[in-house]
Design a protein around this ligand. Structure first.
Ligand code: ZN
Length: 170
């Protein structure tokens, strides 16, 4: 298990565009494993390679919409592209790179992503609710965009708990 340090919003790497992954080699496998290990120690639901200082188009997302009694699991997305969006949700969003801050962001309710797996095979995956929000948020990281650029209003942790009806997953 290898944990990587998560960069915070003053780091310029977070505002750069990540490069496409072209070699599906051990380095990318190690990066994906480390992203999963690192995310598993955090309270977040997604982590993108640039958040650990690697400007490559790779992210992991925790799928939390699972049937009762089933385990949540992480989805690895390499070179992900949003191919379809449906509906809209407006709610609070946070980021492991912007600790203690939240913002109101409008995202699609349902998102279909086309990506490659760790061996370069293409696949499509659909996320709804929090997972759709997370797909958009992580793919934004690959463009150097943080949720703070998109938020209509920023909230502190206190505001978030004061006003629980604006929380995610509405
Ligand atoms: Zn983030």
């Amino acid at each position: 298990m290898a944990l990587r340090k998560i960069l915070t919003s003053e780091n310029p790497a977070l505002y750069k565009k990540s490069r496409e992954v072209t070699d599906f080699n051990d380095r990318i496998h190690t990066l994906l494993d480390d992203l999963k290990d690192t995310l598993s120690t955090q309270s977040g639901v997604g982590l993108a390679a640039p958040q650990v200082g690697i400007l490559r188009r790779a992210v992991v997302v925790l799928e939390t919409n699972v049937a009762e009694g089933e385990q949540e699991y992480m989805i690895e997305l390499v070179n992900p592209v949003i191919v379809e969006c449906e509906g809209e949700q407006t709610g609070a969003e946070g980021c492991l790179s912007v600790p203690g801050q939240f913002g109101i962001v409008t995202r699609p309710m349902k998102v279909k992503v086309r990506a490659q797996d760790r061996n370069g095979e293409f696949f499509e995956v659909t996320g709804e609710g929090l997972t759709a929000r997370c797909f958009c948020h992580e793919i934004d990281h690959l463009e150097g965009i943080l949720f703070t650029d998109l938020a209509s209003e920023m909230l502190s942790e206190e505001d978030l708990y004061d006003d629980s009806e604006t929380n995610e997953e509405e």
